[in-house]
Ligand binder design. Structure first.
Ligand code: PGA
Length: 256
């Protein structure tokens, strides 16, 4: 299986800045057969970046998309409208769930729409600090994971990516708040167990499971060395070209 290094730019950069930054990344990033580099710019930058992209080096992702293909949904952009621009779409990011009110049902429909349109969904799941404190991590992960996949046929499981992003560990600079490799391994094991129990070992062998939450050059090696971790979803550090390209180099070394 490939190792995935995914940069989530969130709501940063104007269209012009995105284009300049992307140009910088294309110059820095080397292409490796076993590393899949993906960046998710703002929706407005997708079209110009799709003209600039060198898909051997970097693939594009959307940060969100709507599940209906067309129609009276003012302000939404559908998966089918962006299918010619991107290979991936982040779905159910915790900021969408917790700030913008996205539900498990929305996530499930978006995942199904992505697969239907030939786009690989990167499905984010993860517990909040409160849920973790209350010992609800297992229940939250089970609910989010299994409901997000409930409209997906078993034979399509290799067409989805799961990203474990504990909400409490996102965008922090305090090391006490960062997830340790042991914290992450526990949940990655749980995800693998749930997938295997529901779909069978052979079916899920090709489903990548990533980690995301305050990934930086300083912790990327430790996170990528966790058994069952097939890559990283990176927010803040993906906005700094040398950080992002160094993490790709670390991935190459860890997998060598
Ligand atoms: P972060 O964001 O790397 O800035 O913590 C990760 C994410 O939210 O996807």
């Amino acid at each position: 299986m490939k190792t995935y290094i995914v940069g989530n730019w969130k709501m940063n950069f104007t269209v012009g800045e995105s284009s300049l930054y992307f140009h910088k990344l294309l110059q820095r990033v080397k292409s490796y057969r076993d590393i899949e580099v993906v960046v998710a710019p703002s929706l407005v930058a997708l079209q110009p970046l799709s003209l600039q992209v060198d898909r051997h080096k970097i693939k594009l992702a959307a940060q969100n998309a709507y599940f209906q293909d067309f129609g009276a949904y003012t302000g939404e952009v559908s998966v089918s409208q962006i299918r010619s621009l991107v290979d991936y779409c982040i779905i159910g990011h915790s900021e969408r769930r917790h700030i913008l009110g996205e539900t498990n049902k929305d996530v499930r429909k978006k995942v199904a729409a992505a697969v239907r349109n030939g786009i690989t969904p990167i499905i984010c799941i993860g517990e909040t600090a409160e849920e973790r404190k209350n010992g609800e991590t297992t229940d939250v992960i089970r609910d989010q994971l299994l409901s997000s996949l409930s409209e997906i046929a078993a034979e399509d499981l290799s067409k989805v990516i799961i990203a474990y992003e504990p909400v409490w560990a996102i965008s922090t600079t305090k090391s006490a708040k960062m997830a340790t490799p042991d914290d992450i391994k526990e949940v990655l094991d749980l995800i693998h167990k749930l997938l295997t129990k529901t779909y069978g070992e052979k079916t899920v062998a090709d489903t990548p499971v990533l980690y995301g939450g305050s990934v930086k050059v300083s912790n990327a090696e430790a996170y990528l060395s966790i058994p069952g971790c097939d890559g990283l979803l990176i927010g803040g550090a993906s906005l700094i070209a040398p950080e992002f390209s160094d993490i790709i180099e670390i991935a190459k070394q860890v997998r060598a």
